[in-house]
Write a protein that binds this ligand. Sequence first.
Ligand SMILES: NCCC[C@H](NC(=O)CCC(=O)O)C(=O)O
Ligand SMILES: NC(=O)OP(=O)(O)O
Length: 312
Amino acid sequence: MKHYTSIHDIDDINSWIEDAKALKKDPLKHLELGRNKTLGLLFFNSSLRTRLSTQKAALNLGMNPIVMNVSGDAWGIEFGDGTVMNGNTAEHIKEAAAVISQYCDVIAVRAFPTLTDKAKDESEEVLNAFKKYASVPLVNMESATGHPLQALTDAITISEYKKKDRPKVVLSWAPHIKALPHAVANSFTQAMQKMDVDFVITNPKGYNLSPDIVGDTPVIHNQEEALKDADFVYVKNWSSYEDYGKVVNTDPNWMITKEKIGDAKFMHCLPVRRNVIVEDAVLDSDSSIVIQQANNRTYAAQLVLKKILENA
Ligand SMILES: NCCC[C@H](NC(=O)CCC(=O)O)C(=O)O
Ligand SMILES: NC(=O)OP(=O)(O)O
């Protein structure tokens, strides 16, 4: 594997899950693999888990991570081809990516969508520009349309906590005051479609994810019906895809409560807004596995970096 930019870069999800569990048992086993290799982490947006767990993963492989907050700290980067750069951007991605490639053996990028320009977001302008102009492997740390490190984490976590061969997994939309990206929900959906699970999505009308992502997965607009007999409830807000980037529903009845969760496990990528997305009683109970889920971010990232280093 050269790059890890989408969940489709996983050839066999079950073998990846087993490999990640092995790394979790013995995280320092491959400390020599990354010796004298540099991982550059570039953040266009905020992060807690991705920023720390990906550095931790690199350190576990003996790599040297270097981090930059691109927005704010670096020169404004121009992505347009042939642009007359007499505006706010001082440096073109062609130079920026080529220069960073000389300092780093692997580059990891976080770049959220605009949520105003669907075509631009779906073209993955920032991620694909790094892929095109960098000369080293690229890792997606959440792009406009996908968060494959999170989805691999989620697959590992479900595998660890499942009590039956084919658990029922529900992806439930939840309310939020802001317009949020589709990336987490998209990649989670794609990961569940690759796993042996009974997977359904529940969201209000007007909130269906891209048909290209949903495919044959059932979408149920009645949350109560969808949650019936669930083993895992994966909760996430996303803005409307149809009315692109808009908040068209803030109905608090979509919040996950103790009553709704029943015997299921509660999952969320974090950060999560308490008593908006999910009530305290769920997060503060044994139903919630969000902390254990976040721990698996390290081993998902470590597996991805290991595969890239082995291929280099
Ligand atoms: N990386 C995990 C989620 C990141 C982002 N959440 C957020 O922006 C939450 C912001 C807030 O709650 O104000 C998202 O939904 O894609
Ligand atoms: N889940 C996740 O990606 O968290 P951060 O945004 O804090 O990195």
